[in-house]
Write a new protein. Structure first.
Length: 72
């Protein structure tokens, strides 16, 4: 997977991580390679990530963590 670095400050990395997980199937469908599938920077750089205000990103990320804690 290509490295990802937010271009905009005010991005909660846990929010970004969880958002990208929701796009996993989409990214995998665009992966290339025969020995192993690679997701390059071109695939990632065109992804539009919805960014609510930072406080809302944190609330969403915290809620996801809370739900996963209950499930495990």
């Amino acid at each position: 997977l290509a490295g990802i670095k937010p271009l905009k400050s005010g991005v909660n990395l846990l929010y970004l991580y969880n958002y990208l997980l929701t796009r996993k199937t989409h990214f995998e469908s665009q992966a290339t390679g025969s020995t192993f599938k690679a997701i390059n920077g071109k695939i990632i750089e065109n992804e539009v990530v919805p960014l609510p205000p930072l406080a809302e990103q944190k609330r969403i990320a915290d809620k996801i963590d809370q739900i996963f804690d209950i499930l495990s």
